[in-house]
Write a protein that binds this ligand. Structure first.
Ligand code: TXA
Ligand code: MG
Length: 343
């Protein structure tokens, strides 16, 4: 199949909606990452998503809606907290896990009795959902296991010939996926850190349990609440190693070990420290939003086959940096060294 490139013009959004309605696949821009969308109520359409991505069947999809008023169409129960979070965070990078209604097929939920729902902060995509008249099921629009896509060019790289169309909405503002919070238990549970920082969530909810999938490595056969968290993720072909410590200590540590075929993924402020070490900045340490926005593009740029090993610098701090850190640690398979000399 030929993959059409669409713009965000009214005519193209109508075309995109028509493809969704007729059971096709359209990559859609969101504020977090690009999504690989299909009619979330059509099991045959949803199956095509799994095929195009090479995604394991037990990994459920997020249902994207254009307005919070649609929540009750797809969720059986809506706790007060869900309405509160929808009012505070939507449209925006927050996904809520809620009890699902029977109208949502098992293919979308991977057989769970819950569903992830989110209203994205992207006008073009909300228009497509509204015009299609159905919710759009969409995982990130990358080949399974690879870094998520934050530009239409990334999507084309992974999905050319496998999907009907890509709507080019420009680079994604946030750059890491949505925050996922499970509201089906007695206490709200953070399943994945993302574009919405955990501090504000906790402030609004009062209580928030951090799932162990967020902080640590999960065995492939473990029972986890967000099935996607157990898979190898965000990984370029090169081996990634996170180097912790002060800018100077890290640069010294890397320089002592640097070999041809290595690269450094660092903060823009640190570029001068890595001269001659094939450095690439993914954002400014002083501006964490630039780090989340630039991370996946940088990992993809370093995934050209010539790089064998990547030494990476990782932000500390809260807000969106919790998610940036989580993605980088996953891309590194949790390999981390501390470059500070022993006291
Ligand atoms: O920002 C985002 O969330 C992007 C954009 C496209 O909206 N989407 C995204 O989808 O990141 P995906 O499929 O790459 O990641 C969704 C994660 C997976 O880890 C999946 O296991 C989890 O959400 N998930 C989906 N439905 C769930 C459910 N009912 N219960 C628990 N986890 C769920
Ligand atoms: Mg994904």
């Amino acid at each position: 199949m030929t993959t059409q490139l669409l713009t965000t013009s009214e005519r193209d959004l109508e075309r995109a909606a028509a493809i969704i309605r007729s059971g096709g696949l359209v990559a859609i821009p969101t504020e977090t990452v690009y999504g690989l969308g299909a009619n979330g109520l059509d099991p045959e359409a949803v199956k095509k998503i799994f095929l195009a991505k090479g995604r394991p069947q037990d990994n459920p999809l997020i249902l994207h809606i254009h307005d919070a008023s649609q929540l009750s169409d797809f969720c059986r129960e809506l706790p007060e907290t869900a309405l509160l979070l929808a009012r505070s965070f939507w449209p925006g990078p927050l996904t809520m896990i809620l009890p699902v209604r029977d109208c949502v097929p098992k293919t979308t939920t991977a057989g769970l009795d819950t569903v992830g729902v989110r209203c994205p902060d992207n006008e073009a995509t909300r228009t497509i959902i509204r015009l299609a008249g159905v919710p759009i099921a969409a995982p990130s629009a990358n080949t399974s296991g690879k870094p998520s896509t934050t530009t239409a060019a990334h999507v084309l790289h992974d999905m050319d010939g496998k999907i009907d169309a890509i709507v080019d909405g420009g680079p994604c503002r946030v750059g890491v996926e949505s925050t996922i919070v499970d509201l089906t238990g007695p206490v709200p549970r953070l399943l994945r850190p993302g574009g919405s920082g955990p501090e504000r969530l906790r402030e609004l909810l009062g209580e928030l349990v951090i799932d162990r999938a967020v902080t640590g490595e999960i065995a492939a056969d473990a029972v986890v609440r967000a099935p996607g968290m157990k898979y190898k993720h965000y990984a370029p072909a090169a081996e990634v190693l996170i180097v912790e410590g002060s800018a100077e200590a890290a640069a010294r540590w890397v320089r002592e070990r640097f070999e041809p075929g290595d690269a450094v993924l660092c903060f823009a402020e640190e570029l001068p420290l890595y001269e001659g070490c094939n450095p690439r900045a993914y954002g400014l340490e002083a501006d964490p939003a630039t780090l989340s926005a630039g991370l996946f593009a940088a990992l993809r740029a370093l995934d050209d086959g010539s790089v064998k090993r990547i030494f990476a610098r990782c932000p500390t701090g809260g807000g969106v940096s919790v998610a940036t850190r989580n993605r980088l640690r996953k891309s590194a398979g949790f390999r981390t060294v501390n470059a500070e000399p022993d006291p």
